[in-house]
Design a binder for this molecule. Structure first.
Ligand code: WTA
Length: 660
């Protein structure tokens, strides 16, 4: 694999607002190398800045053996305590912790609902809910619960209440279907679910409790449901003895209720978050408490340059890891004010995010390439209408950012002055690992790059044999040493953990991404090297979509691949072989798409379905998605020696050409 990538390596921009922290790449390399000399000493210096109930005995332990790493072993802490109690006691009691804006607007486009919760407010609500979970439902450390809530303050309240008790929570994105929810609740063996009657999305009401009811038909471990009244639906089905209204449960819990935060071991799981892989059902990524807190603290300082008066606006949904780390835990850990917006960026108009920035004076903007590209299509005027001069720092996340989108946002929202990077990380890494670090030592920006690895992070690009590639050569992104915040394992499936991440290159964490390193040591993550696709920043396994398709009686076989898309980065297309007796038709296409939406969720919508009589396969009968992908993306086919029938490739090609 020796493809050379002509990325725009040369251009270097020194942002005006980060100037005092800017260093040249050589200097940064020295800082980085210094940090790697003794990663245990390096990370324990960061960890010491947090408050521990009990200090650790050992910084890093492989238990029972690599790659099962545990950080800060012997140490005890509590995430809810760090995010709340510390600030309530330490002078931030009346500081706003969360600014929440609901989606619905009046005729003038102004929000109908805004809630501002101080640290004290949030602390009290978290204590009261923790009391309910503990005393009314008997939940205790090590139990698991599911959280299926829209983007309302009760979502972080639920997360923090669980964390307070050492109860492991799994947040399920509120756009997921009953089937996807049931799969996750079952795998996590959740005892209870916290949900709402409904949520708003682009002016529509999504009836969440109905979805929970359907999921619970197949989720026997769930004994109780707490329902928050968000929308005020008056025909909500409440099962006696199983379902309880949040407000009723809380009505007799005094405002000043205090629940002692449970001191948990550093390696105690804080949460499980499900994410797509290449095969099988979504994997439950398990995060610890201590290492995760340490990585969030470090990245809030280095990447976001967290300051006391910051208003932090991360546009993600808390249903994904970005929201867990950089709407909830990261900003609250630092005692910052974090903005939560409930709805769609283009509702009622494509300037909603800019209106929010202006309304609350956001200083930090953390957003996604798909978000930027979507809003870019509506033109500059929607942005120019608003005063965005409070923004002093921006980053993007989720997928590679194209230089055009980078430039557009940098000019319009960043006034060609502010540090603006593309932070690389994944659900598994817990927090940002590769990024510009304006709060520490900023190297000049280059549109589209991810920048160098953060201190303490040993990232590299290697070839098929695990050897580092030359600058400019494409290879696989790996992390060569453990880092705090890394996943502990895959829930109930340690073998899969080892196999997925630590087997391709023994001793190195395989991220599944292609990357290039340039001469300055900056990394450019190019996209997935496996059968995972990123649609509008959401991670989908092509395998999940294929499994959904073959559940339709008409489908004999299916291959799904991602193709480039101007806005969403990538979109899935399917090649389908029909069973005898079924004919291709537009109606069948619609049915198949419905099947996928129903089983996986609306984010999985196929952008096209092609009917073929056979798929390219190896002689041993495995579908060669790589070839399908090469055809639809116009890439060379590469090695075809194992291909059984060349005509199949021709057919895939023809189907695609006809469509174009
Ligand atoms: C991709 C999201 C390029 C990458 C936090 C990774 C990126 C996957 C970037 C993880 C970026 C994330 N530039 N690619 N700045 N950030 N990715 O688990 O392919 O939803 O492996 O975590 O997103 O997706 P996940």
């Amino acid at each position: 694999m020796s493809v050379t990538w002509a990325l725009p390596f040369k251009e270097k921009i020194i942002p005006e607002l980060g100037k005092e922290r800017t260093v040249d790449p050589e200097e940064y390399r020295r800082i980085h190398q210094e940090s790697l000399k003794d990663i245990e000493a390096f990370w324990s210096n960061v960890a010491r800045e947090l408050e521990w109930f009990k200090p650790w005995d050992k910084v890093l332990v492989a238990d029972p053996q690599p790659p099962f790493y545990k950080w800060f072993v012997g140490g005890k802490l509590n995430a809810s305590y760090l995010a709340l109690d510390r600030h309530v006691k330490g002078g931030r009691k009346n500081k706003v912790a969360i600014i929440w804006e609901g989606e619905p607007v009046d005729q003038n486009g102004n929000p109908l609902e805004v809630r501002k919760l101080t640290y004290y407010d949030l602390w009290r609500e978290v204590n009261r809910l923790a009391y309910v979970l503990k005393n009314k439902f008997g939940l205790k450390k090590g139990d698991t619960i599911g959280i299926y809530l829209p983007m309302i303050p009760e979502l972080p309240i639920a997360m923090l209440a669980a964390a307070r008790l050492g109860v492991i929570f799994t947040v399920v994105f509120s756009g997921f279907t009953a089937q996807a929810l049931a799969d996750r609740l079952n795998d996590a063996e959740a005892k209870l679910v916290i949900t709402a009657d409904g949520g708003y999305r682009r002016g529509r009401v999504i009836r969440l409790k109905d979805i929970v009811d359907k999921a619970l038909e197949q989720s026997p471990t769930v004994k109780n449901v707490i329902v928050y009244r968000r929308v005020g639906l008056n025909d909500v089905n409440m099962v006696k003895g199983r379902d309880y209204w949040w407000h009723e449960l809380m009505s007799d819990v005094p405002m000043n209720t205090y629940v002692e935060p449970e001191p948990v071991e550093s390696e105690h799981p804080l949460y499980i978050l499900y994410t797509s892989g290449t095969t099988g059902k979504p994997k439950g990524i398990v995060h610890d408490t201590g290492g995760y807190m340490v990585l969030l603290h470090a990245t809030m300082k280095w990447v976001f340059d967290a300051r006391e008066d910051d208003i932090h606006f991360c546009t993600a949904d808390i249903g994904w890891v970005t929201g867990h780390s950089y709407i909830v835990f990261g900003p609250l850990l630092e005692g910052m004010t974090t903005i939560m917006y409930e709805g769609a960026p283009d509702y009622p108009n494509p300037d909603r995010w800019w209106a929010i920035v202006e309304r609350y004076g956001a200083t930090i903007l953390y957003t996604s390439p798909t978000g930027i590209r979507t809003l870019m299509r509506f033109g500059d005027d929607w942005v120019k209408k608003h005063d965005l001069s409070t923004i002093r720092l921006m980053h993007s996340v989720g997928e590679p950012i194209n230089p055009e989108a980078w430039r557009w946002l940098w000019k319009l929202a960043g006034r060609e002055k502010v540090p603006f990077g593309s932070t690389w990380w994944m659900t598994e890494t817990g927090g940002i690992l590769i990024s510009h670090a304006p709060g520490l030592a900023l190297v000049p920006l280059k549109p589209g790059t991810n920048g160098p690895p953060l201190p303490g992070v040993d990232a590299d690009v290697v070839d098929d044999n695990g050897n580092p590639v030359q600058p400019g050569q494409r290879g696989y992104l790996v992390i060569k040493r453990p880092w705090p915040g890394m996943l502990l394992t895959i829930w109930k499936d340690p073998d899969r953990y080892v196999k997925t991440y630590w087997s391709k290159f023994p001793g190195m964490f395989y991220a599944g991404d292609y990357a290039v390193k340039d001469e300055d040591g900056y990394l450019w993550i190019l996209g997935r090297a496996d059968e995972v696709i990123k649609v509008a920043g959401h991670r989908l396994g092509t395998y999940e979509l294929e499994s959904a398709l073959i559940q339709h009686p008409a489908v004999a076989e299916a291959a799904v691949v991602g193709v480039p898309d101007q806005v969403k980065g990538e979109v899935p297309v399917a090649y389908v072989v029909l069973r005898q007796g079924y004919q291709p038709s537009e109606q069948l296409k619609a049915e198949l798409n419905n099947k996928v939406r129903e089983l996986v969720g609306p984010i999985a919508t196929l952008s096209n379905i092609f009917f073929v009589t056979k798929l390219p396969k190896t002689r041993s009968g495995k579908i060669m998605r790589r070839l399908v992908k090469a055809v639809v993306t116009g890439q060379p086919l590469g090695d075809v020696t194992t291909l059984e029938d060349e005509a199949s490739v021709e057919e895939v090609k023809r189907a695609y050409e006809e469509f174009k």
